[in-house]
Design a protein. Structure first.
Length: 258
């Protein structure tokens, strides 16, 4: 565990600490996710380099924030706390869904420390959701309809016919405190991902799924963001199609200067 400002952060740190063949890679989980969702990527990379998965505050095995703060900028500070305490001078950031926003926020504020930014099906710009729709979603999540609302949405984006993948994702969702789920989703509706993404001038790319082809998708809002689509998968391709994700992540890492 690593001490953040308002919570204890669980960090899965493995692979060669020195003498590896590349920069360390830090993985950031999605809303209601955990570092365990990166298991295939951690195993793949740790053959030759250090790979670290952070459970963001209120997720996985990390504790709830003592002040109830789930702001994207505050969660980006969790990355800073981990990087400082693990003495990571430069590293690559990989973020999935909401974790992509957290990675963007950190990269935009600390571009000198981020050697590359790999976004896996990042969240869309929630500010573009109609206000009435956003209000209705948050009202449902704060009502007795919370469980069917959130589980119904998760079921619609999982996409995987593999029972073990679906079971793990739903178990992770149910394990995540309701305050975390509502806090992070509310933050996604107001956070500006475009400004920090444009501010980060280092190497970056995004790997998207069919759920990420809307006007609010980052590759449409930031045209110079290199983008590739991966087919036949739901919103968690790192679990459903790990070999394909590993191949594309490896290709991105191969382009970075150590």
């Amino acid at each position: 565990m690593i001490a953040g400002q308002v919570s204890e952060l669980f960090v899965d740190d493995g692979g060669p600490k020195s003498g590896g063949s590349g920069l360390p890679v830090v993985f950031i989980n999605s809303a209601s996710g955990a570092g365990t969702q990166w298991a295939a990527q951690l195993e793949y990379l740790r053959q030759s380099r250090r790979a670290i998965a952070i459970d963001l505050r209120g997720h996985g095995r990390s504790s709830m924030p003592t002040n109830g703060d789930f702001a994207i900028a505050s969660m980006a500070d969790d990355i800073r706390a981990v990087a400082d305490q693990l003495r990571l001078d430069r590293f690559v950031l990989v973020g999935h869904s909401m974790g992509g926003f957290v990675a963007i926020a950190y990269a935009g504020g600390h571009p000198d420390r981020v050697a590359g930014l790999f976004l896996l099906d990042p969240a869309s710009d929630g500010r573009m959701m109609p206000a009435e729709q956003a209000a209705g979603l948050m009202a449902a999540l704060r009502s007795e309809a919370y469980q069917p609302t959130i589980e119904g949405y998760w079921d619609s984006i999982i996409g995987s016919p593999r029972k073990e993948v679906r079971d793990q994702l739903m178990a992770d969702l149910r394990h995540t405190p309701r305050e975390t789920v509502t806090g992070t989703l509310e933050e996604l509706l107001s956070f500006d991902p475009v400004t920090p993404l444009r501010r980060y001038a280092g190497p970056k790319c995004t790997l998207i799924t069919l759920f990420n082809e809307t006007p609010a998708s980052l590759q449409n809002l930031v045209p110079d963001l290199p983008s590739e689509k991966i087919d036949s998968t739901g919103h968690w391709p790192q679990m459903e199609m790990p070999d394909a994700v590993n191949e594309r992540l490896g290709s991105f890492l191969a382009t970075l200067a150590i």
